[in-house]
Design a protein around this ligand. Structure first.
Ligand SMILES: Nc1ncnc2c1ncn2[C@@H]1O[C@H](COP(=O)(O)OP(=O)(O)O)[C@@H](O)[C@H]1O
Ligand SMILES: [Mg+2]
Length: 411
């Protein structure tokens, strides 16, 4: 997509010289303004941290049913679901730095804004990788990281020959358009591969993998600042159901050597990709060996646990990183914690009357995303801290069961 030149303001050229420059706090006379593109729950939780730091926050969002617009005072509403480059540019000009709630913004637009002097973090080149699974895999491969076995396929014949080579079932992941397992297709045979291929042809090329036997899944967040300071969070363990993250426990019960390796990989990746802010790295443990599944250059669902469990949350550290502030400690401040996502079981599910009963659970922290219920939609999460992972997980599950109406009150 190209920027419509005629709609750019004349200030664009002057502004350009400011490109990629970190905020100089010594020269600030007023609090900086952070711009956030996208109005989901990540924007909502970033805003909560911005309030604590005294940072002004300005949101760019569509008018859709989203979390954050309900809370922000300064909002630029996109004219439609398809955001135009000039309107993003006018928004970005009002901000000292712009960050993202999701990676669905075209990297080409972000690159144009960078050229015109806007401080966009993460940068277009980091976003470009995360927005395309095939590019991401190839880049990680070139950089020498351990990955699951995979091939990049452009034709049905290539996919079928991989099915024959590895044995069915195999897994097809279109390069764009998938999240929360919605872009992960397990196909059992040629005919299923054929129908997935034809229905997703617009998202070629595909990453194709064998269906792996995964011992456990984990994730590590790295946070890297505009100054280059970089820290890794302790590794968490994650459980996915139907490709969607359901539970997170911290600390993850991986062997020490695995945890240390995963933290080192996450820090190296952040620097190799020149990421700024949170970089979330998802790992599979396969036969006791660690491989990188994928990454996301933003606060991540597996990092929500840091709000209660770590000295500095992923949201505060993301803001500190983007704004060039010293990073906060990533260490755990409790012995153990668990997060369980609250996922709608149906459309129009009403959890409100169940909230009091759910919050009777000791240590339960509730985070609701202000989203209407839609079957399989993530509408919130619960975190519980405790002296053991088992206890934290049991209490977090119980809280979510009560909210979902799965656990009936005794009294
Ligand atoms: N090759 C595979 N074999 C088995 N399970 C897989 C494979 N790839 C992905 N999965 C499962 O699906 C989940 C989502 O896949 P992922 O590649 O992370 O896509 P998404 O972008 O939807 O998160 C993973 O966390 C894992 O549980
Ligand atoms: Mg994933």
């Amino acid at each position: 997509m190209s920027i419509q030149q005629d709609k750019w303001t004349p200030a664009a050229e002057n502004h350009a010289n400011r490109a990629a420059k970190a905020i100089d706090w010594n020269r600030l006379t007023k609090f900086p303004t952070i711009g956030i593109i996208g109005g989901g729950q990540l924007a909502q939780m970033l805003y909560q941290s911005a309030i604590s730091l005294g940072i002004e926050a300005h949101l760019f969002a569509s008018a859709a049913d989203e979390s954050a617009p309900k809370y922000f005072r300064d909002i630029t509403r996109a004219s439609s679901e398809s955001w135009t480059p000039p309107e993003i540019y006018h928004f970005a000009q009002k901000c000292d730095a712009v960050t993202f709630d999701h990676e669905l913004v075209s990297p080409n637009i972000v690159r144009e804004l960078e050229k015109r002097g806007c401080l966009m973090l993460p940068t277009a080149s980091t976003l470009e990788l995360s927005a395309n699974k095939a590019n991401q895999r190839q880049r990680l491969d070139e950089l020498g990281y351990s990955l699951p076995p995979y091939n990049i396929c452009n034709t049905l014949a290539e996919i079928i020959s991989l099915g024959e080579h590895w044995g069915w079932p195999i897994v097809i992941k279109p390069s764009t358009g998938g999240y929360d397992g919605r872009g992960v297709f397990v196909v059992e045979n040629e005919s299923e591969a054929n129908s997935v291929f034809n229905s997703l042809i617009a998202h070629l090329p595909f990453v194709v993998e064998p269906k792996l036997i995964i011992d456990a899944e984990g994730s590590v967040l790295a946070v890297r600042s505009t100054t280059g300071e970089c820290l890794a969070y302790p590794m968490v363990k994650t459980l996915q159901v139907d490709g969607m993250c359901r539970e997170v426990t911290s600390p993850g019960d991986f062997p020490e050597a695995i945890t240390v390796e995963a933290q080192r990989v996450a820090e190296n990746l952040a620097s190799d990709l020149d990421a700024v802010g949170i970089l979330a790295v998802e790992f599979f443990s396969i036969g006791g060996k660690l491989v990188v599944n994928e990454l996301a250059p933003r606060p991540h669902n597996t990092g929500h646990i840091t709000i209660e469990a770590n000295i500095t949350s992923q949201f505060e550290n993301h803001l500190r990183a983007v704004l060039g502030l010293p990073l906060g400690s990533t260490a755990l401040r409790v012995p153990a914690a668990a997060t369980v996502n609250l996922i709608s079981s149906s459309n129009n599910q009403n959890i409100i009357p169940r909230i009091p009963h759910a919050l009777e659970i000791e240590g339960a922290s509730l985070h609701l995303y202000s989203k209407s219920s839609r079957k399989s939609r993530k509408i919130g999460h619960v975190t519980v801290t405790a002296d053991s992972v088992e206890k934290a997980l049991a209490h977090a599950r119980l809280t979510v069961d009560r909210l979902s109406g799965l656990e009936l009150s005794e009294g």
